[in-house]
Structure formats: structure tokens, C-alpha cells
Write a protein that binds this ligand. Sequence first.
Ligand code: TK8
Length: 352
Amino acid sequence: MKKVFAVLFTVMILFVLSACGGNNESTAKDEGGNNEKSNGESTSEEKVIRAGIGLNDKHPQYKGLLKFKEIVEEKTDGAIKVETYHSGQLGDDRTMTEALQLGSQEVTIPSTAPLANFADEFSIFDFPFLFPNEEVADKVLDGEVGQKILKKLESKDLVGLTYWENGFRDVTNSKRPIKTVEDFKGLKLRTMENDLHLEAFRELGANPTPMAFTELFTAMQQGTVDGQENPYATIYLEKFYEAQDYVSNTHHVYSPFVFLMSKSFYDGLSAEQQQIVTEAAIEAGHYERDLNREANQQYLSDLEEEGMEYSEISEEEHAKMKELVQPVIDKYAEEIGKELVDEVYQAVEDAQ
Ligand code: TK8
């Protein structure tokens, strides 16, 4: 009798083990490393990031985006795919930022100026002559107050992961060399869609008009505007020299880019994936800043090679520019909140 029980018990154990074994097969990995369901379908929830920017594929911003793609796809083992779009293929800065809020796009990297229409604190970084150089800008943006201002985006269905670099902005035009403040008088200058920029150029005597970046080149070609202002890298790589004759080192604003992600998409990521995309944006941002700085001085001589006439703005004329735009800074400091503005200026002082 005991023998019968022993055999039955053994058979029962073997049966249970083979049943469990059958379950393991149903969780075999497919070639992509994704768990297979019992019906053989992949259970992977592959996510796609549609990342769009306004500048073209020659600009360090796009090279930085490709670096972000490389890091994210490698670290998530392909679970997150990044599609990259340049030259405004998905729209201008404001349109793409709205698309992130709607969840129809996942990443864009606008300048702070248009972003200020979504969170006005970002206008602080467009205060003329705020940053004396890139090193101070890095310390402030990557430091406590810069990160605090990024947090303001969360209530706007956006996540600001980090800052990249657009750079110091310089004026170009097709009318005359700009050597003194008087030379701004009456110039039809395109500005970004940001009231502070508009009002600052009015104080300098220009006749500014706000316009999306995607419309700028045609407007210069057709003479709708006489000039614009952007870093040398953009002026050269977007071939503005084909429609502009004069460039000056006004260096009137240091423009950061903000690496934005749709909040609905970000919240749908695992904690590990959130860490991967954040660290990738930061690492790719350092790479982009380095690329942007390496070549910026080279771009100025390239512009002269292409026939643009360069004019140096003296310290004295820069001082006059600062004096003229100060009332605009004071107005926006009041509107945004003096406490936060003072914190930024203190951070600038501490960073020097
Ligand atoms: C590109 C813009 C550009 C900015 C401008 O999408 O609009 O002039 O400087 O870099 O963000």
C-alpha cells in the first residue's frame, strides 16, 4: 500500500512540475528581449518620442538631439524609440510646445523667449545683459534658481528636464552697419514672440515685429523685415547671410533652450525610464553646449567670408544700450515678482 502512495505522490509531483514548466515557456523572451504572452505576442509597451526642433540638421541643437536619441534607445534597450524632426517640420516653437501640452508630441526644445508665453518666469532669462558669459549662465541655469524655474512648467502640462544653449544673440540687417545706438533707429527688426524683446528694441529706437522662426528667412528675403537677432551659429548655419549684409556683436541677450517633455508622456514612464530620459537630456545638453561654443567664434569669420560686414559695438555704446532697456527690465521684474528676479541676479553675482 505504501508503495502505491509513493508512486502516486511521485506522479503528482512530476505533474505539478511539468505544469509549472509549461508556464515558464509562456514567459520566454522574444528576440527583442520582450516578454512573450502565451499567444506569442510581444508584451513590450514600446514607447515613441516624437522630438521636434526649429533649427536645421546642421545646428548643434540637432546634433544634441541625436545624442539624446542614442542614449535613450541604448539605455532602454529599444523600449523607448526617439524620432527626430528638425527645421520646423512639426511647427514653430509655440505650436510644438502646445502639441506637448495636448500630448500629440513628446519633446521640443524652444528658446526661453517663446516659452515665457506659457510660464512668464522664463522671461527673466531674456533680460538684456543678464549673463556676462556662458560659464555664469551654466551655473545659474543648472543651479538652484534655474531648476526652481523649470518646476513652474509642471502646472502647464510640461516637464522642463534641463537647459541647453542657444547662445548670445547678435543683430543682423540688410540696411546699414550698426555701430551705435542711433543706428537702430527705424530698423524693422524681427523679434521672437515675446513682449519683453519687443519693448526692449522699441526703447533702442527700432521698429520691432514679433514672428515665428519658421517665417523669418522668407521675411528677410522679401524685405518684410530689415533684420533679426540670433547667435552666430544660427545666422551662419541657417544661411541668413544670403539675405543680410551687416552683423554686429550686440550680444544683448544670452538665450537658453529648454528641453521640454510632455507631462502626460513623462508621467506614463516608469521611474527608471524617467531617470534615463532626464539624464540623457542633461548629458546631451552638455554635449550640445560644447559643440555650440567650439564653433561660435568660427561662425563669425565664416559670416565675413560669406560677405557680411561685421561691426564691433564699443563698451560705451553697450552701456548706452543697457541704460535704454533698463525701464523694460524694471517693468518685467515687477510683473514676474521681484523676489524671484532678485534671486536670479544674486545667483549671477555668486557665479562670477
Ligand atoms: C528655433 C528658435 C530660434 C530662436 C528664434 O526654433 O526664434 O530666433 O533663437 O533658435 O528657437
